[in-house]
Write a protein that binds this ligand. Structure first.
Ligand code: F6P
Length: 346
């Protein structure tokens, strides 16, 4: 068999570990040859690819980013998207495609599967928001990067008796904010799942500082939204793929806290630093397991499936069970946050 592999959407630490593991598994299985499409679906449509071998993948396990490059281009931006992919596959003699990506990529795979194209999905995102998998690789690395930053912010916040607001990624949900807030001992954590009220947050900060705690750390996910009617926000910028360009809510939150409490407040936006650099050991291992599982699925001709982590085991789930859904921060983890951040009743 000849299998094409690609990485789509935003990058995250661990992508290279998946590619390396898939190449190794295909070799051990005797499945055949792997080729890597460059810059996601753009490489499929433009015949831009490279052969992948064990030799090519040497040394990439600890490397961040993706050796194949990525983009947000996707075939259904063209009306005949499915046909274009099928034609490219027959031109190159590719029998199946393994795509490593987030919710957008899983949606494309589901449509390709519907159009009769043999595909397998591997979930990735630092946001950890893909349905049907308990964890995506890249997430733990991002959480560690944020936790290290929060640890550093504590000492400067305490020296200056300030409120420091840390904005982290998390477009639809607040897994990164929640885990980093817990690990870093944040005073308040604001996530998209729970619209925030700055009056409530400010009075909690005032009360805390009155009790002699002279600094506060507020972690806010970039996709956090205020409770209706409590705060006016500017209209978001939309990129050429129709996605909202997030980033900036941290500045609004800090400005409002300072106005309402009189306590000096500053913002740190961690941004893309959360997606860069070498994956932690956990993410390398999860990515490796996913890469092998994806090749196993191709071997078993289990197309239209995404590999996933459930109950600590690697399983396959139909792509149709994944698309159009988002995995929110589970209630038990939110309760842990509330023990330390009792803004609302438990
Ligand atoms: O990968 C998901 C994510 O990190 C989101 O949290 C964030 O909103 C988005 O990517 C930003 O992506 P980019 O700036 O690369 O378009």
């Amino acid at each position: 068999m000849r299998v094409g592999i690609l990485t789509g959407g935003g990058d995250c630490p661990g992508l290279n570990a998946v590619i390396r593991a898939a190449v190794r598994a295909a070799d051990v299985d005797g499945l055949g040859e792997l080729i890597g499409f460059k810059d996601a679906w753009r490489g499929v449509l433009e015949d831009s690819w490279e052969p992948l071998s064990i030799e090519r993948c040497r040394g990439i396990l600890p490397q961040g980013g993706t050796i194949l490059g990525t983009s947000r281009d996707q075939p259904y931006q063209h009306p005949a998207g499915g046909k274009l992919v099928a034609a490219a596959m027959s031109r190159l003699g590719v029998d199946a495609i393994v795509a490593i990506g987030g919710e957008g990529t899983m949606g494309v795979l589901n449509d390709l599967h519907r159009d009769g194209i043999p595909v397998v999905g591997v979930p990735k995102t630092i946001d950890n928001d893909i349905a049907a998998t308990e964890m995506t690789f890249g997430f733990q690395t991002a959480v560690q990067i944020c936790t290290d930053a929060i640890d550093r912010l504590h000492t400067t916040a305490e020296s200056h008796h300030r409120v420091l607001v840390v904005e982290v990624m998390g477009r639809h949900v607040g897994h990164v904010a929640t885990w980093a807030g817990l690990a870093g001992g944040a005073t308040i954590t604001i996530i998209p799942e729970e619209p925030f009220d700055l009056a409530e947050i400010s009075s909690r900060i005032v009360e805390r500082h009155r009790r002699g705690r002279w600094a506060s750390i507020v972690v806010v996910a970039e996709g956090a939204v205020p409770k209706p009617g409590t705060l006016d926000l500017e209209e978001p910028v939309i990129d050429r793929y129709g996605h909202q360009v997030l980033g900036g809510i941290g500045h609004v939150v800090a400005r409002e806290i300072q106005l309402r409490t009189g306590i000096e407040s500053r913002t740190t936006v961690l941004g893309h630093v959360q997606r860069g650099g070498s994956p932690l050991a956990f993410d390398r291992v999860l990515a490796t397991r996913f890469g092998i599982a994806a090749i196993d699925a191709v071997h078993d001709r289990a197309f239209g499936q995404m590999v996933a982590l459930q109950g600590g085991a690697i399983v396959r789930v139909p792509l149709s069970d994944v698309v159009g859904r988002v995995r929110e921060v589970p209630a038990d983890i939110r309760r842990v946050v509330r023990i330390f951040d009792p803004r609302a009743p438990l």
